[in-house]
Design a protein around this ligand. Structure first.
Ligand code: MN
Length: 494
């Protein structure tokens, strides 16, 4: 994946001509220092570009129009070094189509007690100018993130970085289509949704393709590509002994490699960023794509099983948000519970398709029967997963709106081995407790499919929800359990 480097962010510093050219020169000099400082911070994942100091309504409108027409510009940061009367900003904000972040900082960290005079006050008055700036954004009902603090404070860079990651996911989602191999698993409700609404809201372009087209791509896989891919499998993964010893069993792995080559070629031909499969439509394929889906996810594709395009899109968005951070992001499904008092756990897994980016152990290729789908025994990667702080996120279509639902969890070591379970799995402790988390999740209409991540943060998802204009419900530390429950119940009929 190399998504974050595709995008840049613009810093527009506001001022006005009232103070004279010396002050404007000082504003520009300080803005350059701040831009260089932030751009050099490892928490800032994308290019940050300082634009011309904004001093007139015409200039500001021109800057926002330029941003709208720049495919590389994924968001705009504004900061008022001095006072910058906000009627000047109305035309620009009215035209703006990019996510906004209002950086409320000032050049100096401390007040220079001994030397401070009225010239200093005129130059360094963001406490004053940024309030005027905030007023007009609120007056115009503009969603934006407000980040407060000195620009050299690492927490400030971290907040800007989280927002940039969310903005890249938003830009990426509008550029990369989502391919559905087949339709939805029949009769399942939560994986359905309004694809037109989703495209308007998130930019997701979701298109279905017949399995015949994919089967043709799989059959077209070249012998040299197949040999190369199998060599990569041997290098990166263990191969279960029964497969290594028996060429007729290893043929199942070769077939899955052909599926990977065919799917990858197909997705590349569509310029896609995510895809879905469904075990109810595998016409022309000999196996459910297990290992193939896992490998494609590992290289950055979003994935949703059973036709779940919303989760495929969210897994892709989360992979973009988390790019380069420690940990990984996977398609996930709440599967079964451990209701043992004092050690309540959720086991997450899927039939096959858990992304090895969350692996803690070297994955092993195994072949086992699959109870559903009526196809040959599929190859898959089996591994133990990373432990520590993690979260689950799902996007719901509630008919009149979308809802992003998040649960903060702790991924834990399995209390005992599971030698008979032939799939990758995760064990997690939901916050604030399994009982409260599952009750709130169910009341909120939360799906069984999610994106599971050990790299994406609550802040990134909240920023993403704000810039896409959807509500975000976070089930976390439990401080708001009662009010959250009451709010969810208020929208219900009895
Ligand atoms: Mn499923």
């Amino acid at each position: 994946m190399n998504s974050l480097k595709k995008y840049e962010f613009w810093l527009i510093v506001g001022s006005q001509h009232l103070y004279g050219p010396e002050t404007l020169a000082a504003v520009e000099r300080d803005a350059r220092t701040i831009t260089a400082g932030l751009a050099g911070d490892p928490r800032i994942p994308c290019r940050l570009i300082l634009k011309k100091t904004a001093t007139t309504s015409q200039d500001i409108l021109a800057l926002f129009r330029e941003a709208n027409s720049s495919p590389a510009c994924a968001g705009i940061i504004t900061w008022m070094h001095t006072f910058s009367p906000s009627k000047m900003w109305i035309a620009g904000f009215a035209a703006n189509r990019r996510p906004l972040l209002h950086l409320h900082t000032q050049f100096n960290r401390d007040i220079p007690w001994a030397s401070i005079d009225m010239d200093f006050m005129n130059l360094n008055q963001s406490a004053h100018g940024d309030r005027e700036h905030g007023f007009i954004q609120t007056r115009m009902k503009l969603a934006r993130k407000v980040v407060v603090g000195h620009w050299q404070n690492p927490a400030v860079a971290a907040k800007i970085g989280a927002w940039m990651r969310a903005a890249c996911a938003f830009a990426d989602g509008a550029e990369l289509p989502i391919v559905r191999f087949g339709d939805n698993m029949r009769d399942v409700a939560v994986t359905e949704g309004n694809k037109v609404s989703a495209q308007i809201q998130f930019g997701w372009s979701v298109s279905g393709y017949g399995l015949g087209e994919l089967a043709l791509a799989v059959r077209s896989a070249g012998a040299a590509d197949l040999r190369g891919l199998l060599a990569e499998y041997r290098e990166r993964y263990d191969i279960a002994p029964d497969l290594a010893a028996d060429p007729s069993r290893f043929a199942r792995v070769e077939e899955q490699a052909r599926i990977e080559l065919g799917m990858r070629a197909f997705l590349e031909s569509k310029g896609a960023g995510a895809f879905t499969t469904t075990f109810e439509d595998l016409e022309g394929l000999t196996q459910l794509p297990g290992l193939a889906s896992q490998r494609l996810m590992e290289s950055g594709y979003g994935f949703g099983a059973e036709g779940d395009w919303k989760t495929a899109a969210m897994v892709r968005a989360m992979k973009v948000m988390g790019e380069g951070l420690t940990g990984g992001t996977a398609f996930m499904e709440d599967y079964t519970y451990n209701f043992e008092p004092g050690n309540e756990l959720v086991m997450g897994a899927h039939m096959l398709e858990v992304c090895p980016s969350i692996a803690r152990t070297r994955p092993r290729i195994e072949v086992h029967p699959l109870g559903i789908g009526s196809k040959a025994d599929p190859a898959r990667l089996v591994f133990e997963t990373q432990t520590g702080p993690a979260l689950l996120a799902t996007m719901l279509d509630l008919g009149d709106r979308f809802r992003l639902l998040v649960n903060i969890v702790e991924s834990v070591e399995p209390p005992a081995p599971t030698p008979k379970l032939p799939v990758a799995k995760v064990l997690w402790k939901p916050k604030p407790s399994l009982e409260d988390a599952a009750r709130l999740w169910i009341l909120a209409g939360g799906a069984h499919h999610t994106g599971f991540s050990t790299q994406v943060t609550q802040e990134m998802l909240e920023d993403y929800a704000r810039m896409t204009g959807v509500e975000c419900i976070v089930i976390g530390d439990g401080r708001d359990t009662r009010s959250l429950e009451a709010a969810l119940e208020r929208s219900m009929r009895f």
